[in-house]
Design a protein around this ligand. Structure first.
Ligand SMILES: Nc1ncnc2c1ncn2[C@@H]1O[C@H](COP(=O)(O)OP(=O)(O)OP(=O)(O)O)[C@@H](O)[C@H]1O
Length: 292
């Protein structure tokens, strides 16, 4: 089943293009990482998919329907972000108690068990929660809805390291038991990489690639060695990143292709988070370019 189908999706804020022709499809039940630099358009895309804001032009279908103000979409999807708000008069216990009325697959046992594990106070008002506890409660809520399309926008913002690690584990365990389409935008790609099956990388409102994690791991290769040898080997190749290691040695990341073996140059894999950082970087040397 096609869960999401975006074709040339565009959205402008005044004259600024936040989404500039996004095309991708989400077909199977997978955990997809929505990755991109600050301002890439991740939140805008998620809000359109959740039906919170209107698209500009192009097509967007969620469960084969336009998601904006659509009851079928809102009943089967959830966007968990730090702007989730609940009526001020409701305590956390009230919110959990009312959730089954809105989400048909709501799992009360999961919600209660996670709630106890994270030692949240059932009498507290959502608006009074600390940043980290609000993120934790929102995560519990998002997981317990078991929505067919569950989207998290920077879910771990504010969580301490232990809670982040528990969140990743809870998400994975629940997903394995109850597969569904999950999309997570996060700046902590390295620490949640083990969860992801696919990566949708966007930059300046455009899709850079939509690939499996295994494909992204094979996307680039790093060459390290004496500057003249590395430069010779990298000549004519698509260079993604360069770093001068010392006066004689260089480190160059290129798009992966068959490489001849040359004495004095080693080839190394490039991590998924580094690939995403390099291909969305405007300069090739990163912050070092500023100090040249
Ligand atoms: N309500 C708004 N009004 C005007 N411009 C906006 C609005 N919301 C977002 N933008 C702009 O649209 C672009 C995309 O923003 P968006 O929040 O979607 O990016 P993001 O990838 O989620 O960024 P970050 O990782 O920093 O949260 C940015 O340039 C942002 O300034």
């Amino acid at each position: 089943m096609t869960v999401i189908d975006c074709q040339d999706l565009r959205k402008k804020y005044k004259r600024m293009a936040a989404l500039d022709g996004i095309t991708f499809q989400l077909k199977d039940q997978k955990i997809t990482g929505l990755i991109g630099r600050n301002g890439a358009g991740k939140t805008t895309l998620l809000k359109i998919l959740a039906g919170f804001i209107r698209k500009g032009s192009g097509d967007v279908l969620v469960f084969s329907s336009n998601p904006f103000n659509n009851l079928r979409v809102s009943g089967n999807s959830i966007l968990v972000d730090d702007q989730m708000s609940f009526p001020d008069s409701l305590t956390l216990a009230d919110i959990l108690g009312m959730a089954p009325d809105f989400y048909k697959r709501w799992d009360t046992e999961l919600a209660n068990n996670l709630f106890k594990y994270f030692k949240l106070n059932p009498k507290q008002l959502h608006s009074r929660l600390s940043k980290g506890n609000k993120a934790t409660f929102n995560m519990i809520f998002g997981l317990a809805t078991r929505c067919e399309l569950t989207m998290f926008d920077e879910p771990t913002n504010g969580m301490d390291e232990a809670v982040r690690s528990d969140f990743y584990r809870a998400l994975l365990k629940d997903y394995i038991a109850h597969p569904r389409s999950i999309m997570i935008s996060s700046h902590h790609l390295a620490e949640m990489e083990h969860l992801l099956e696919d990566i949708l990388l966007i930059h300046k409102g455009k899709v850079v690639f939509h690939q499996s994690l295994e494909e992204v791991k094979e996307y680039a290769v790093a060459l390290q060695g004496t500057t003249d040898l590395v430069e010779k080997l990298a000549a004519g190749k698509e260079i993604l990143h360069t770093k001068q290691l010392d006066s004689q040695r260089n480190y160059v990341v290129i798009k992966k292709e068959e490489m001849p073996v040359i004495d004095g140059v080693t080839t190394q894999p490039v991590s998924v988070s580094d690939v995403c950082m390099y291909v969305t970087s405007d300069g090739k040397g990163g912050i070092d370019d500023v100090f040249k």
